[in-house]
Design a protein around this ligand. Structure first.
Ligand SMILES: [Zn+2]
Length: 216
């Protein structure tokens, strides 16, 4: 469907499905504090704000230099920049997969929101630079986790438009890995999904080790 008008209700329905998929996937992540957080936030969903703003990322080293979405600390809400998503689709000839691309962005940002509820420090500068890691490295860790989750969500719909967007995204990870695009590290998880849980756990307990593991 090309650039549908009723994005809001589409995304609201989509978010419920994404949450269902998230709970199913994360059942494989045995972690007490994570389970506790999910238990306390049962059925919780972030608010979605649709924005037609187009924000250019100044020093992007990736294939697309506009922000597609964001997750904010306040209320762990999610922003979707639908005009930028449209541009993304046009640039990569995914005009007919606009809804799937929106769903990818929503899943990515939903993951960030839940992740930061559980591990806010992953999104903050470390108090002690000696013990912690740089924001650049944290960014690589959090972005690759969120992007892998979105990829995994899309890939759970075999033979659909979702799959086409997932394949395209994976192609970008490969193409831009030599340019050190932070999202490209998600490739690590495609080959070994258990590392996804391992990195998630390490990022909270020992970020430096999480980074070593991701880049080894
Ligand atoms: Zn992100």
């Amino acid at each position: 469907m090309m650039f549908t008008c009723n994005i809001d209700s589409f995304l609201e329905n989509e978010l419920v499905k994404i949450r269902g998929y998230f709970y199913k996937l994360m059942a494989n992540f045995p972690n007490d504090s994570f389970e506790k957080m999910l238990g306390e936030r049962k059925e919780w969903l972030p608010l979605i704000y649709m924005s037609d703003e187009v924000i250019v990322i100044p020093k992007g080293n990736g294939p697309f230099d506009k922000q597609l979405g964001k997750s904010i600390k306040k209320g762990y809400s999610v922003f979707i920049y639908h005009e930028a998503v449209k541009e993304y689709c046009c640039k990569f000839h995914l005009e007919n997969e606009y809804e799937s691309a929106l769903s990818m962005v929503l899943a990515h940002e939903y993951f960030h929101s839940i992740h930061r509820i559980w591990d806010e420090k992953a999104y903050l500068q470390d108090a002690s630079p000696r013990k912690g890691i740089s924001m650049e490295r944290k960014h690589q860790l959090t972005e690759s986790l969120a992007d892998y989750f979105a990829f995994s969500w899309l890939s759970s719909h075999e033979g659909s438009d979702y799959m086409a967007v997932a394949k395209h995204r994976k192609g970008l990870w490969k193409e831009y890995a030599p340019a050190n695009w932070p999202y490209s590290s998600a490739l690590v998880f495609v080959n070994s999904p258990e590392i996804f849980f391992e990195i998630l756990r390490l990022l909270k307990s020992n970020p430096a080790m999480a980074y070593r593991k991701l880049s080894s």
